[in-house]
Design a protein around this ligand. Structure first.
Ligand code: AG3
Length: 282
């Protein structure tokens, strides 16, 4: 018998992934977690029926949420990651030797424990790095209360259904801005515009109310189906989006990081929006 995982994220569109083997399943206080093996994508992690990450394509998403903003900024010493319990993003930001501290605020301790046991291929030793500080808390509450300041905040959330919903609100974005050092950047997981249009419009609209600049950049992640995925970009430093290619190249070379998706040219191109996306956020 062949079993298929069918994603339940969208009402009128879905992707299916064949389940070779269920590796782990758990219902935590926060969500339903499923890990299975797919022949093409390797281990697949789904939370509440929605694909979060896979061994085969996580590099695209995690590289674009980390190296792009870090190299655009050029002097990121402290990063805050909201969500991202699988540790894939944390692992990427820690590749920057100049990074002094990565604070990760994850609401679900069981996802982190699970990642350390079952997703080493994705998180590596990120949770054991001395620069990592793991906080098990609600991200919304954390940014509302902390006195800490960060050069970069990355929201690696689920989609705006369930526990992730509050991470798409005006209050949350305003608190993120308060927690940034002057000229710092907020980047967010903002869904696949073709199938999650309102979500992107909503977030970018709020960025533009709160920051000097709000837009998005794109990358195609095969298991986030429906076209390229959008990453929200909000900052008061409008120069960060126009860092000259030679500067990006020099920073990338100095960082000495090996990537499989990110290149300085991809970085620059990611901000070029197809007309339909530009129109939707106009
Ligand atoms: N964050 C969730 C992205 C899910 C997007 N899915 C979609 N829109 N099809 C992933 C966590 C990886 N660290």
């Amino acid at each position: 018998m062949t079993e298929w995982f069918r994603e339940t994220l969208h009402r009128d569109y879905q992707i299916g992934l064949r389940i070779e083997e269920v590796l782990f399943e758990e219902r935590s206080t926060h969500q339903h977690l499923l890990l299975f093996r797919n022949a093409r994508f390797g281990k697949v992690l789904a939370l509440d029926g929605v694909v979060q990450t896979t061994e085969a394509d996580e590099f695209i998403y995690h590289e674009m949420l980390s190296h792009l903003p870090m190299l655009a900024h050029g002097k990121v010493r402290r990063v805050l990651i909201v969500g991202g319990g699988d540790g894939g993003l944390l692992e990427e930001v820690l590749k920057h030797r100049t990074l002094e501290q990565a604070v990760q605020v994850e609401i679900d301790a069981s996802v982190v424990e699970f990642a350390k046991t079952h997703l080493r291929s994705i998180c590596g030793g990120a949770y054991e790095d001395p620069r990592t500080e793991l906080v098990i808390a609600d991200g919304l509450k954390y940014v509302a209360e902390t006195d800490r300041r960060f050069d970069l905040i990355v929201v690696d959330s689920t989609d705006p259904v369930g526990p992730g919903e509050v991470l798409f609100t005006r209050a949350f974005y305003a608190d993120c801005r308060r927690c940034l050092t002057p000229g710092g950047v907020l980047v967010t997981q903002n869904g696949v515009p073709f199938v999650q249009t309102e979500e992107l419009q909503h977030s970018v609209g709020l960025f533009r109310e709160l920051f000097a600049e709000g837009t998005c950049y794109l990358a195609t992640v095969p298991t986030y189906a429906g076209g390229p995925m959008a990453f929200g970009w909000a900052t008061d430093n409008t120069a960060l989006r126009e860092v000259p290619p030679e500067t990006l190249q020099a920073r990338f070379a100095a960082a000495g990081i090996e990537t499989r998706y990110y290149t300085p040219a991809v970085h620059a191109g990611a901000f070029a929006l197809p007309r339909y996306v530009a129109d939707w956020i106009a």
